[in-house]
Design a binder for this molecule. Structure first.
Ligand code: KG4
Ligand code: ZN
Length: 341
């Protein structure tokens, strides 16, 4: 069986074809980063328009790359939420219409389930059950995963997501959008011992996160260490390093706590921030120390992409969890309401 996957929830147009026997056959990604850079963040209306401009040609290219025609496709999966409603509607209406025209079933995929299952596209994939740390621009969640659709939310951010905190702090440091990877690069030059940022919510029990205070802490540190509002490059790097250390350490402390509480031995990290090498190294260390194992997607599938949507869509298609003729777009959609497979 083969499925076409469509992702348009934010600022990447991602298209992929996944075969349940042969795996991923083709994938294409168009990033709108340049379009939004001038505005310092994603402009929803521009995102929707750009998805509309690119989506059809990307679908054509992906079919060509996979050497497929519409007759080889058994279903169409599209991201139905969570995300920006206008952006979601582009992928949902194209996906639903293609499925109708091709007389194939349509599957409405949950974007965070896509991220969660992205490590399943790798050779080294986790068995169930596992603990998942989902760290993206919009979400930070700790989830117990007992199977596909068997998700228990153990904790989440009460304010900013980890990626959002990276982006906002990067902006304070004068870095262009998207700041997360740029801040991480800058932190490589930083001295860990110069500033110490708090590890929010780690001295209270529980698995929730709070990252908005770190951005304020960074703003104050920049103010106190600048001349006429400008920090020298080494100070900027030291602040970036202290910020990254604090986020990584906080995530690692919460993972350790969740592993202890659940007794799980496998940890998945996924979402844009899972590309952060410092985070990967710390979580590897944590799991080696506990006799467990950590799993993550390859770098290009950490951030938004069509491959993870095609994979998640295939699992739902095989379970006959398809949707009707409606164009489904759900900007807010708790993942633990998904049905089990
Ligand atoms: O999963 P994703 O592509 O989009 C959402 O679903 O939100 O995640 C994007 C987020 C952005 O906030 C970006 O700055 C962050 O992931 N990110 C990083 C790194 N690469 C991407 N944050 C820290 N370090 C990185 N290397
Ligand atoms: Zn995402």
């Amino acid at each position: 069986m083969r499925i076409l996957g469509i992702e348009t929830s934010c600022d990447e147009t991602g298209i992929a074809i996944y075969d349940d026997q042969d795996g991923l056959l083709a994938h294409q990604l168009y990033s709108q980063v340049k379009l939004h850079a001038d505005y310092g963040g994603v402009v929803p209306e521009l995102a929707s328009r750009d998805h509309s401009r690119k989506i059809i040609s990307l679908i054509r290219q992906t079919l060509k790359e996979a050497n497929c025609t519409k007759d080889d496709i058994d279903g169409v999966a599209y991201t139905a939420g969570p995300g920006l409603v206008g952006a979601l509607l582009v992928g949902a209406s194209v996906g639903r219409s293609l499925a109708y025209a091709w007389d194939k079933p349509a599957v409405a995929v949950h974007h965070m389930e896509g991220h969660l299952l992205a490590p399943m596209l790798e050779e080294n994939k986790p068995d169930f059950p596992f603990l998942a740390l989902l760290v993206s621009g919009g979400h930070t969640q700790m989830v117990r995963v007992d199977g596909i659709g068997r998700y228990t939310l153990l904790g989440e951010s009460v304010d900013d997501a980890a990626g959002e905190a990276f982006d906002k702090t990067a902006k304070l440091l004068g870095l262009d959008y998207p700041g997360g990877p740029r801040l991480a690069k800058m932190a490589e030059m930083g001295d860990s011992s110069r500033f110490t940022f708090p590890r929010p919510m780690t001295n209270k029990p529980g698995l929730d996160f709070s990252f908005s205070g770190l951005k304020t802490f960074a703003a104050n540190t920049i103010r106190d260490n600048s001349v006429d509002g400008v920090c020298d490059p080494q100070t900027q790097a030291d602040i970036a390093r202290a910020f990254e250390d604090a986020v990584v350490d906080t995530l690692a402390i919460k993972c350790k706590r969740a592993l202890k509480e659940t007794g799980l031995k496998r940890l998945v990290i996924a979402g844009g921030v899972s590309a952060n090498s410092h985070l990967r190294i710390e979580l590897e260390k944590l799991m080696v120390g506990r006799g467990g194992k950590v799993f993550y997607p390859r770098h290009e599938f950490c951030a938004d992409n069509g491959a993870m949507i095609a994979y998640a869509g295939m699992q739902r298609l095989k379970a006959n969890q398809t949707v009707g003729l409606e164009i489904s777009a759900t900007p807010r959609w708790p993942m633990d309401t998904l049905p089990a497979v």
